[in-house]
Ligand binder design. Structure first.
Ligand code: GDP
Ligand code: IMO
Ligand code: MG
Length: 415
């Protein structure tokens, strides 16, 4: 059976965690394909809140198997910490033996380089994501499977640190001794080796057995290394195509693709964001949407829905449907704007150009509504909200499959 896929459409934090958790109830397996613990996925079930960073958002469904694929960069330290939140993960969580590790020096390099960038800082989460992926591509990375032989791994890491000592010195990074390193790797090995697997084979077997698999993306399309607002992006392929390399599924193995998108826009970290509002509207969206990062606690930048970027993302990912999240955050606005084009040098364009920094959004204004919070049927939404949603479908050329009206798993309209 083909695997279905969930992907972020904007700059991350669209509410992927909520939807993956909701859908996971009907899937046998949830598999993450990229990113690392830069991700923060919040799930709310019966007033209890869970924050996930590396563990797939299917973990709250006791019947689903959860896989961390080879395309994810795994901080053993972060994963071990996160695993402590849950009992009985053995047999429910599998981690690819070929996924690359984020070790402490990757994190220190990330933070040191951000400092050096000064005003041009990317605004990374400081979790070592960029350096771990860079070293993977440079063929100088360390894979989880190597934890099976700590002595050999420690030797290899020491060799790497020595080869790169000039860089570490220049960045003022203190390196561990061989003993410190070996002790740390031993802890990682004891905790994680029992969870390692050849996840590509696992996924193929599940597919051959007609099991239902949900592929879970982290971050969002506009943060994609190739198709996002480079260099203000993350270091992985966040789009649906990333699932092929990040899990070993082929393009024909992918079934339904659902794009997750907020009814407005947010971004955390630096870089272009055409509809950002620095004034009252942005502040109101931040307050109503509790727009503060799950991972770093930073306030998120906020603004109106960008239909041009969303149409672009929908095409890039091959979205069959969109899930519109956080509709309730727009409750009470008298009017609501949607960006329907970008003005560049006096001309209006309807596509995402290379330079998204210097575009001026062209807005279409919609009538606001009173309340959608907690509504569970489309017919029960205010007429103006229904009209807004229908307009989004038309502007993004993608049909809407789900609408979310509160953080709770159950406050979701399924069309
Ligand atoms: P993710 O990274 O895409 O999984 O999204 P995050 O979890 O980082 O951010 C989404 C936030 O919005 C979380 O705090 C969710 O609990 C919350 N949320 C999700 N759906 C809704 C919704 O429909 N309405 C409201 N008000 N909050 C929501
Ligand atoms: P989820 O999965 C929002 C952003 C950072 C920064 C840029 C690069 O919760 O949607 P990195 O640490 O990845 O090198 O930072 O990417 N970023 C996210 N923004 N949601 C995320 O994940 C993010 N993961 C990274 O803020 O701008
Ligand atoms: Mg998030």
């Amino acid at each position: 059976m083909k695997a279905d896929l969930i992907v972020g459409i904007q700059w991350g934090d669209e509410g992927k965690g909520k939807i993956v958790d909701l859908l996971a109830q009907k899937y046998d397996c949830v598999a993450r394909y990229q990113g690392g613990h830069n991700a923060g996925h919040t799930i709310v079930v019966d007033d209890k809140t869970y924050a996930l960073h590396l563990i797939p958002s299917g973990i709250l469904n006791p019947k689903a198997i959860n896989i961390i694929g080879n395309g994810v960069v795994v901080s053993p330290e972060a994963l071990i910490k996160e695993m402590k939140q849950f009992d009985n993960l053995f047999g429910r969580l599998f981690v690819s033996e070929s996924a690359h590790m984020i070790l402490s020096f990757h994190t220190l390099i990330d933070q040191a380089k951000e400092k050096l960038r000064g005003e041009k800082a990317i605004g990374t989460t400081g979790r070592g994501i960029g350096p771990a992926y860079s070293e993977k591509i440079a063929r100088a990375g360390f894979r989880l499977g190597e934890l099976r032989d700590v002595e050999a791994l420690a030797n290899r890491v020491m060799e790497y640190l020595e080869q790169n000592s000039a860089i570490f010195q220049a960045l003022d990074i203190k390196l561990p001794s061989k003993e410190e390193l070996s002790a740390e790797l031993t802890t990682f090995s004891e905790a994680l080796v029992p969870f390692l697997a050849n996840t590509t084979q696992m996924v193929w077997k599940l597919m051959d057995e007609d099991k239902k698999i949900l592929l879970e993306g982290a971050q969002g399309t506009m943060l994609d290394i190739d198709h996002g607002t480079y260099p203000y992006v993350t270091s992985s392929s966040t789009i649906s195509a990333g699932a092929c390399t990040g899990l070993g599924v082929n393009p024909k193995d992918i079934g339904k693709v659902t794009g997750i998108v907020k009814a407005y826009c947010t971004r955390v970290g630096n870089g272009p964001f055409p509809t950002e509002d620095h004034g009252e509207i942005g502040g109101r969206l931040r307050k109503a949407g509790h727009e503060f990062g799950t991972t770093t606690g930073r306030p998120r930048r906020c603004g109106w829905f960008d239909a041009v970027a969303c149409r672009y993302a929908s095409r890039l990912n091959g979205c069959d449907e969109l899930s519109i999240m956080k509709l309730d955050v727009l409750d009470g606005f008298e009017t609501i704007d949607v960006c329907v084009g970008y003005e560049v040098n006096g001309e209006v364009i309807d596509y995402v150009p290379l330079d998204l920094e210097n575009v001026k959004p062209v807005y279409k204004t919609f009538k606001g509504w009173d309340k959608t919070k907690g509504v569970r049927r489309f017919e029960d939404l205010p007429v103006a909200a229904q009209e807004y949603l229908r307009a989004l479908e038309e502007l993004t050329q993608t049909k809407i499959g789900m609408i979310s009206t509160s953080p709770d798993r159950n406050d979701t309209i399924i069309l």
